[in-house]
Design a protein around this ligand. Structure first.
Ligand SMILES: [Zn+2]
Length: 67
């Protein structure tokens, strides 16, 4: 059984996101938007625990559907 390179890259990306989330948790900024420091909706965090931004500041790595 082999792990494809793409999977490894995805895992590494995920781990780095988790690392950022852990730091934000230690910082006390976990629930705050990285851009405007507004509190992030708890429902959205439950949905995606790695969120770092509020609804008004979509994460760069999410689909960039600019209006
Ligand atoms: Zn924001």
């Amino acid at each position: 059984m082999t792990i494809e390179n793409e999977s490894v890259v995805n895992i590494e990306a995920l781990l780095s996101e988790v690392d950022v989330a852990m730091r934000r948790l230690a910082d006390g900024t976990y629930q705050l938007c990285a851009v405007c420091q507004a509190p992030i909706d708890r429902e959205r965090l439950v949905d995606n625990p790695l969120l770092t931004t509020c609804v008004q500041h979509p994460q760069l790595n999410e689909s960039d559907d600019h209006e």
